[in-house]
Design a protein around this ligand. Structure first.
Ligand code: GLU
Length: 499
């Protein structure tokens, strides 16, 4: 048997360090067994998937040196490797399950589903939705069919008993069937859900080992059922521990930047970041902290993964990056790294085009451009108070609202950023010229810089949002209680501006 592993990211946002972590372990596992590593794009959620996000994921993984043998860019014998290009495959499999009595068509509306759930809860029934809960009598079914209502196809799940499956790191796991719902496999528009597409593709792509995050453990019973119903062999499942914030909560961008692009923009070396990800729940046999990808590949052994939640600690990563800079680069190599990071034409030209009309002598460039080549800025509360007529609480509210607007922004350009900020200031009934100064301070360190919209467009979403979050911290942060109130106010504001 040839070992085949895969990473199956959904291109719905920034390239996440968690994706790189899972990719690294899949790559190492495949290489340890002289196998192949596949990259598949799971873009069945057409509303949320974007080409930009796919490109960023591929570019970031390549930047880290994590190369795949088959994928949408390099092709391979089991393609296409983008689920949106495989859409004609899935419906047939769902129909097959219906014909064989392993899945059923369901005509229930979303409102009915809510009511059924509520009624079950009232009766003290905590089990998941099953086929019986969803049944309609034949007459009603016929009426709905006649009215042109389209069904979803759902998985039939045993109502009683226990599902047992093996996890490569945890041994046998048991989950009661009553907790597993009659999962939708095919939506009314004929599109597959993650569960169906993922299982069908893993099978057709001959994946032998699925290494993925432990948040998918609860999906394993559904997948096991699908393999059983289709009569296919299930790949071995290995759920890797989730990355955590230093306070042990699940790694989230609220507490820690999670985008690989942020770390690139901060000037971390890809070798150091991969090294650090390799330390997440795994160690070299001699426990050394610093190692190359090649060394990790040479010594990889999945049984050395420990399940205690690995903490992704930016301070620790900085320390490791410093080791790489000190020990692996001489001054000439350091100059070369810096040149590529900051002064490549791609990086420096857009900044210079902003400064061109603003400088008098070349020595004006460094101070005026410094914030474009910095990480989080060294700011004090007073910097915000002196730049604005607003009080601290008001500033916090506005920066938090701005951050939320920009977190929801999917296409990051000068124009879209501007339009978000303009709409927000209008809905708050504040003139743009009064609204912008704190944003200038958060992003550029002062109000004297070139346009903050251009600056944000060039800095990218991750660094821009990280600086807004940092500004909120500098102003004293937002307590849990305040956050609740802000969320409410923000929602009210959003609703008020909807036409
Ligand atoms: N598309 C899923 C994700 O975004 C893949 C999960 C899996 O590896 O099965 O993480």
């Amino acid at each position: 048997m040839t070992v085949r592993t895969r990473i199956a990211p959904s291109p719905t946002g920034d390239p996440h360090v968690g994706t790189a972590y899972i990719a690294l372990f899949n790559l190492c596992f495949a290489r340890q067994h002289q196998g192949q590593f596949v990259l598949r794009i799971e873009d069945t959620d057409q509303a949320r998937s974007t080409d930009d996000s796919e490109k960023m994921i591929l570019d970031s993984l390549k930047w880290l040196g994590l190369e795949w043998d088959e994928g949408p860019d390099v092709g391979g014998a089991y393609g296409p490797y983008r689920q949106s290009e495989r859409m004609d495959i899935y419906a047939g499999y769902a129909e097959q399950l219906v014909e064989r009595g392993y899945a059923f068509k369901c005509y229930r509306t979303p409102e009915e589903l809510d009511n059924i759930r509520e009624a079950k809860k009232q009766n003290g029934d905590l089990s998941a939705l099953n086929e019986n809960d969803l049944k309609l009598d034949d007459r009603e079914t016929q009426n709905r069919v006649a009215a042109g209502q389209l069904p979803v196809i759902r998985l039939k799940v045993p109502e009683r008993g226990v599902c047992r499956f093996k996890d490569g790191l945890r041994g046998e796991i048991e989950i009661e069937w009553s907790r597993v719902d009659a999962q939708i496999l095919l939506k009314t528009d004929g599109m597959p859900t993650y569960h169906l597409a993922n299982v069908v593709d893993d099978h057709l792509m001959k994946i032998t080992h699925v290494l993925r995050g432990e948040e998918w453990i609860n999906s394993a019973p559904k997948h096991q059922l699908l393999y059983e119903y289709f009569g296919w062999e299930m790949p071995a499942l290995i759920h890797l521990p989730l990355l955590r914030n230093p306070d042990k909560s699940k790694l989230s961008k609220r507490k820690n930047p999670t985008s690989i692009l942020f770390y690139k923009k901060m000037g971390f070396l890809p070798e150091a970041l991969v090294n650090y990800l390799g330390r997440m729940g795994w160690s070299m046999p001699d426990e050394r902290e610093k190692f190359t990808l090649q060394e990790m590949l040479a010594h990889f052994d999945i049984s050395r993964v420990s399940l205690g939640g690995p903490v992704f600690d930016v301070e620790k990563l900085r320390w490791l990056n410093a080791c790489w800079i000190r020990e692996e680069l001489d001054t000439v190599q350091l100059a070369e790294k810096l040149r590529a990071w900051a002064f490549s034409e791609e990086n420096i030209l857009p900044v210079l085009s902003q400064l061109h009309q603003r400088i008098e002598v070349l020595s004006d460039v460094a101070p005026q451009a410094a914030f474009m080549f910095s990480g989080l800025l060294d700011l004090q509360e007073q910097d915000f108070l002196s730049a604005s007529r607003q009080e601290r609480d008001e500033l916090l509210t506005h920066l938090q609202f701005t951050l939320w607007r920009l977190e929801a922004l999917r296409h990051w350009t000068r124009e879209t950023i501007f339009s978000e900020i303009k709409q927000l200031s209008e809905s708050l009934q504040i003139k743009l010229k009064d609204f912008l100064p704190p944003i200038f301070v958060a992003i550029a360190g002062s109000t004297a810089s070139f346009s903050v919209m251009d600056a944000m467009a060039l800095l990218g979403p991750d660094m821009s949002r990280a600086r807004l979050r940092h500004a909120i911290e500098v102003l004293g942060g937002v307590s849990k209680k305040q956050m609740k109130r802000l969320e409410k106010d923000y929602q009210a504001l959003q609703q008020a501006v909807l036409p």
